[in-house]
Design a protein around this ligand. Structure first.
Ligand code: GDP
Ligand code: GDP
Length: 465
């Protein structure tokens, strides 16, 4: 599982500045929920190849009423979702009463906290951080988020702490209520297990499918559909905000595991203690899946959040199938409009299948499986060095790369470098100078020759010069 780190502190201590530095953010995901005044921002970051999720929160004043109360809710949710909290304070402002209130608020949660004193630039580290030891939260990590000072050290400390946490917090997963009476007529065998962050990931028996999308696009409805007509096993999932439900099942002899980010909800009277939609769950599910079904609500058209989610799937290198849901009952005019939107906004995804479905009525759902299988095959097929090299040489012969400094870029051979996503490693000379458009040309050639459909493809270069 990807670790999750929440940034907490009063306004103006530099949380956004640190968030931006960590995520170099281009595509922050914003949790949008009606009724809440300030959103949480989610971004992905990495430290020494280890990816992690950062959550930025509006800020806690320590004295929460009115608008502050809503902001505090955001922080609370972020803290709940996090493995570790970075509590930011401001060296220039010194220790404030709010800081003390937040510290006691944090002490009440049983979450690991690291105290970070920001804006240390131009100050003596020991002098500037001394006052904050009074908060009783252990070591004070001095940083300057705006300039980067101390940030690498901070991450190093964070990652030293995280593995210990995973061992220490061996908390049992929340109990789930199993309603067997509704399981009658069950035709597939469903085995459900919750993935607790502290446990080893379950060994999936088949193709792992994550169903992701914004709130209300129809994820739960689709999960129920995919598991089969009326084959509803009801697990009411109380509890954890961040753990998806993993459901193993079999269809025509093929094993699948659905990673259900929405939670199958059937009984009307469930009061969900937790938010229905969780970005952490979504990002974790994408990371853990072989194939992602990205659902879009065709009634609403394609919105930014859909594109951001799609960006996450591509960044993670996962095979992708796009399902435009609620296709039932749409006016012809609206259907035409949605299709033109697809043309316009999603032209950059030329490798994925698009399906127009109705999860509610089941229309088109069976066909999703064809795309899932195809994408999975493409993402995981073994590639041979020989074949890759022949494709490379053919492509280079048809269109040689340009001259750089009077010498030709030489691309000699290619070999597989990994699966899901497939990685093709190309060896040659001056590969640093290969222009992006030439890489795209090669990618096309590989895709065509290998019949790679439904998965992102990565090309990496190794230069012998
Ligand atoms: P937030 O409200 O906690 O998200 O705080 P911001 O990230 O918006 O920062 C508040 C102010 O502090 C801004 O004016 C930043 O430029 C400034 N700031 C942030 N980090 C640093 C830093 O490392 N050093 C200094 N001197 N100023 C900083
Ligand atoms: P989730 O939040 O993504 O899990 O979305 P749900 O599965 O809970 O669905 C949200 C709402 O959309 C519910 O009222 C569903 O009945 C409705 N819905 C889901 N799929 C379809 C569909 O294919 N067509 C129509 N018309 N409504 C749908």
């Amino acid at each position: 599982m990807i670790p999750v780190i929440a940034l907490v502190g009063r306004p103006n201590v530099g949380k956004s500045t640190l968030f931006n530095r960590l995520t170099k953010t281009r595509d922050a995901l914003v949790a949008n929920f009606s009724g809440l005044t300030r959103d949480r921002k989610y971004g992905e970051a990495s430290y020494q190849e280890q990816r992690f999720i950062v959550i930025d929160t509006g800020g806690l004043s320590g004295d929460e009423e009115g608008i502050d109360a809503a902001m505090a809710d955001q922080s609370r949710l972020a803290i709940e979702e996090a493995d570790l909290v970075l509590f930011l304070v401001d060296c220039r402002a010194g220790l404030t009463a709010s800081d003390e209130q937040i510290a006691s608020f944090l002490r009440q949660r049983s979450k690991p906290v690291m105290l970070v004193a920001n804006k240390i630039d131009g100050l003596n580290h020991d002098v500037a951080t001394a006052a904050f030891y009074e908060l009783g939260l252990g070591e004070v990590h001095g940083i300057a988020a705006a300039h980067g000072r101390g940030v690498t050290q901070l991450l190093s400390d964070v990652f030293d702490t995280l593995p210990t946490l995973a061992l220490a917090s061996n908390s049992p997963a929340d109990e789930m209520a199993l309603d067997t009476t509704e399981g009658e007529g069950l035709q597939t065998e469903l085995v459900e297990h919750e993935l607790a962050p502290s446990e080893d990931a379950p060994i999936a028996k088949g193709i792992k499918i994550a169903i992701v999308g914004r709130p209300n696009v129809g994820k739960s409805t689709l999960v129920n559909r995919m598991l089969g007509e009326d084959r509803v096993v009801v697990f009411d999932m109380p509890g954890t905000t961040r753990d998806s439900v993993y459901i193993d099942y079999e269809r025509f002899g093929q094993m699948y595991t659905i990673i259900d980010t929405a939670g199958i909800r059937r009984r009307k009277n469930i009061t969900l203690a937790v938010e229905k939609f969780s970005i952490v769950k979504t990002l974790q599910a994408i990371a853990d899946a072989n194939v992602v079904i990205l659902m879009i609500d065709a009634e609403e058209g394609i919105v930014d959040q859909d594109l951001h989610l799609m960006g996450q799937v591509i960044d993670a290198g996962r095979a992708l199938v796009v399902a435009l849901n609620k296709w039932d009952g749409l006016e012809q005019e609206h259907k035409t409009y949605v299709k033109s939107e697809l043309e316009r906004k999603l032209r950059f995804i030329d490798f994925a299948d698009f399906h127009f479905i109705s999860a509610l009525h089941g229309t088109g759902v069976g066909h999703l499986y064809e795309s899932i299988e195809k994408a999975y095959q493409a993402a995981t097929d073994k590639l041979s060095t020989n074949f890759l090299t022949r494709i490379l040489q053919g492509a280079v012969a048809t269109h040689p790369p340009q001259m750089v400094n009077g010498r030709r870029i030489k691309l000699r051979y290619a070999h597989p470098g990994g699966n899901n996503p497939p990685i093709i490693v190309i060896h040659g000379n001056q590969t640093d100078a290969v222009p992006a458009h030439y890489t795209r040309y090669l990618e096309k050639a590989f895709r065509k020759a290998l019949d790679l459909h439904g998965t992102p493809l990565r090309i990496q270069y190794k230069s012998s010069e």
